[in-house]
Design a binder for this molecule. Structure first.
Ligand code: NAD
Length: 357
């Protein structure tokens, strides 16, 4: 039995989570998924109801659950609030409250959607890689940092720092994820220039000994960027630091060309994770039954695989989504001329229907 905190958030978050709940309800009722749901508030909707984008009740509920399923946060009406009260702050605080240090960003391109990519279909069709990015340390957090006067001119500086233990824990996450996939980890660094990366590489080599079934390779970040565009299907799991992961994961996501299809997760040491689509609250299409719910339904599949050890259910959901795409159904964001265009709710219903096969 698993207990999940459901946080729809704002904008299309409400609509796409509603479709994901249909999938959970179906699997609970017909396939003994055994998932209990707790509902909570986050983002602008939480601010409107409680005065905070992350109410204490949501934090308490998160600590009592096995994982979080999140829609998205944000919207024009909250953009003028003080920074601490903005919807996005709720999300960042929740990540740090739960110590979600590993960000998992898959880039998956269903063969049926190969035309959506800007790359040639044969380069990307069937792409399935995952980037494991360190999320709470590295140059974004390192000290000292600042802008000051030196030698009569302004001087800006940041520090790329990692403790060995921080590299170890992200490394363990990457190897364990690889064990559930194709058993290959590529560690991306810049060890030819940066000492912090020399340490990164040494630690990766050290912990690889705990995972003899997983192959470890290394790549410099400049080459990794090139290879992602040239031959992305060579990768299984990429593990990298906060800064490199930030850049490479957006690049990898764009290989697929469809923001409405990509799930993501941020997980902690205990396997607790927050699972969410990579896209935002899309205020431009909110409330119009236009949003693609598949990234959120795939976030549920990711949760089942990586946090709840229920890979069979994850597979079932993925197969159902493939079925729906095979039948030619698309939401408007991923449609081309010969498709049958459906709305958010209809797409949710079609996935549930496909689960019955
Ligand atoms: P966005 O991802 O919300 O939207 C970008 C574009 O993609 C829009 O044209 C939108 O209509 C489209 N789109 C996004 N998701 C889609 C879906 N599921 N189906 C169909 N089309 C989809 O990014 P944005 O417009 O830059 O930001 C909007 C709000 O979302 C902002 O307030 C921003 O801060 C917030 N945001 C939140 C998260 C999050 O909750 N994790 C992430 C990014 C942005």
């Amino acid at each position: 039995m698993s207990k999940i905190l459901v946080l729809p958030g704002d904008g299309i978050g409400q609509e796409i989570i509603a479709q994901t709940l249909k999938v959970i309800d179906y699997l609970n009722a017909n396939h003994a998924l055994n998932m209990t749901l707790v509902h909570g508030l986050v983002g602008g909707t939480a601010y409107d109801k409680t005065g905070s984008p992350l109410p204490q009740s949501t934090i308490d509920a998160a600590h009592q659950c096995d994982s979080i399923l999140l829609g998205a946060v944000g919207g024009y009406q909250w953009e003028t609030l003080k920074r601490d009260l903005r919807p996005e702050r709720g999300l960042l605080s929740l990540r740090s409250e739960m110590d979600l240090f590993a960000n998992l960003r898959p880039a998956i391109l269903y063969p049926q959607l190969a035309k959506a990519s800007t790359l040639k279909a044969e380069i990307v069709s069937g792409l399935d890689l995952i980037i494991v990015r360190e999320l709470v340390s590295g140059i974004y957090f390192g000290q000292p940092r600042g802008i000051e006067m030196r030698n009569g001119q302004r001087y800006g500086f940041n520090s790329a720092t990692y403790f060995e233990s921080e590299i170890e824990r992200i490394g363990h996450s990457a190897f364990q994820i690889a064990q559930k996939r194709n058993k290959r980890v590529c560690s991306v660094d810049k060890a030819n220039v940066l000492e912090v990366c020399e340490l990164w590489r040494e630690v990766m080599v050290k912990i690889a000994k705990n995972y003899p079934d997983v192959e470890l390779t290394h790549m410099y970040v400049d080459n990794a960027a090139m290879q992602l565009v040239k031959a992305p299907k060579q990768f299984d799991v990429i593990v990298t630091s906060n800064l490199f992961g930030d850049v490479l994961s957006d690049c990898a996501a764009m290989l697929t060309g469809s923001i409405g299809m990509l799930p993501s997760a941020s997980v902690n040491q205990d396997g607790f994770g927050m699972y969410e689509p990579i896209h935002g609250s899309a205020p431009d299409i909110a409330g119009q039954n236009l949003a693609n719910p598949l990234a959120t339904i795939l976030s549920l599949a990711m949760m089942l695989k990586y946090s709840l050890n229920q890979a069979d259910f994850a597979e079932k959901i993925t197969v159902a989504i493939n079925d729906v795409l095979d039948q030619g159904y698309r939401t408007q964001d991923i449609a081309s001329d010969d498709n049958k265009i459906v709305g958010t709710k209809e797409m949710g219903d079609l996935v549930v229907e496909a689960l019955k096969n």
